[in-house]
Write a new protein. Structure first.
Length: 79
């Protein structure tokens, strides 16, 4: 089972990969090509946001949830 730190490392690695890909794409753009630069910024930020959201949701799915109450206050079994 993955620990919280292992999940954080995996998300950080994914974000780092996205940032490196961004700089590789931007490096090939000609100077003054702001339209394509903006597209790359938006694309990369959305990609990083997706990875962060996936990491958070995945970690919450793996957490132990409290056991539901089986008896009411009156002592009878809940249905």
């Amino acid at each position: 089972m993955e620990t919280n730190e292992q999940r954080k490392k995996a998300v950080r690695a994914a974000i780092q990969e996205a940032v490196e890909g961004f700089f590789a794409q931007v490096q090939d753009l000609s100077e003054g090509d702001l339209e394509h630069l903006e597209e790359q910024v938006v694309k990369t930020s959305q990609q990083m946001g997706r990875r962060l959201l996936e990491g958070i949701l995945d970690s919450r799915l793996r957490e132990q949830r409290p056991v539901a109450r089986r008896q009411g206050r009156c002592g009878h079994r809940q249905r």
